[in-house]
Ligand binder design. Structure first.
Ligand code: ATP
Length: 268
């Protein structure tokens, strides 16, 4: 199947340690998704039904996809990164079939994490939806999610959106995306954490002040910080080429990068 082949699962090697900050979100994912998966008998004893998904929302570039990947890594699960866009098809019934094939493949590959990005594109409130007749697809999605026909054991479901108010309320019922977590822009500590991760293993001048850099990047998303570091690294490479020798990444390169890269979380 076309979409299934294109969306072949990735085997993840990253874990929560690779995600800067977001301690509260990690804790919720651990408690709601990872622990029930690792200790099914405990949950059975307490007659606590495992399952149900988590919906993450927040400004772009702040780690929703990264967290989903890391969740797969933490449980040694296959990772399916699915954009609803890829499922939508102009032919009648074809989107439903693709969606079913994806769930089927994930069930066969269990343990698996299915991550649905831009979940608002699936139905949602009419003014936001891209197709007039997505309601069949929504019902199909809900049926797969509820695991009516097949058991979703070992299939962990995460969703993400930048526009939570556009998500179909039917998705929020118990056993579906019944937990909604805000993935905020990184605070000072998280930015230090992310910057440290991004700068690790590069030739860095001793005088670089990571805490200071974190303070001057207050509305930056994780993706913005990555862009910033990439830009500074390019500056250092250019300087090295000009000098004919390796020039360590220093404050001057970061300063030059800061004048080029602007934060994006303020517009959200
Ligand atoms: P979108 O809504 O645009 O899909 P997202 O919230 O899913 O955004 P990611 O794709 O997870 O964002 O983040 C983009 C990149 O930014 C990541 O691959 C990573 O390099 C960096 N990044 C974002 N947040 C973090 C974080 N908390 N820790 C480390 N890196 C981060």
């Amino acid at each position: 199947d076309d979409v299934v082949r294109r969306l072949a699962p990735e085997t993840e090697r990253i874990g929560f340690a690779d995600v800067g900050g977001l301690d509260a979100v990690k804790q919720q994912i651990r408690r709601r998704i990872i622990t029930p998966f690792q200790k099914p008998s405990l949950f059975e004893r307490f007659r606590r039904k495992a399952g149900g998904g988590i919906l993450m929302y927040g400004p772009p570039g702040c780690g929703k996809t990264l967290l989903a990947r890391a969740t797969a890594g933490e449980c040694g699960a296959k990772f399916f990164n699915i954009a609803i866009e890829d499922v939508l098809d102009m032919w009648m019934g074809e989107s439903e079939r693709k969606l079913h094939a994806l769930f089927d493949q994930a069930r066969r590959s269990a343990p698996a994490v299915m991550f649905f990005d831009e979940i608002e594109a699936l139905g949602g409130k009419r003014e936001y939806s891209r197709e007039a007749t997505t309601s069949k697809l929504v019902s199909q999605f809900l049926a797969e999610l509820d695991g009516f026909a097949q058991n979703n054991q070992g299939v962990l479901i995460l969703g993400a959106t930048n526009v939570p108010w556009a998500v179909d309320p039917a998705f929020r019922r118990p056993g579906r995306f019944d937990r909604v977590l805000f993935v905020p822009p990184p605070d000072q500590t998280a930015r230090e954490d992310i910057l440290r991760g991004l700068l690790k293993g590069r030739p860095l001048a001793a005088a670089v002040d990571i805490a200071g850099l974190a303070r001057s990047t207050s509305a930056f998303s994780g993706a913005d910080l990555r862009h910033l570091v990439d830009t500074a690294v390019d500056e250092a490479i250019d300087a090295s080429l000009a000098a004919g020798d390796e020039v360590a990444l220093g404050a001057e390169h970061l300063k030059a990068a800061l004048s080029q890269v602007k934060p994006t979380t303020l517009e959200w």
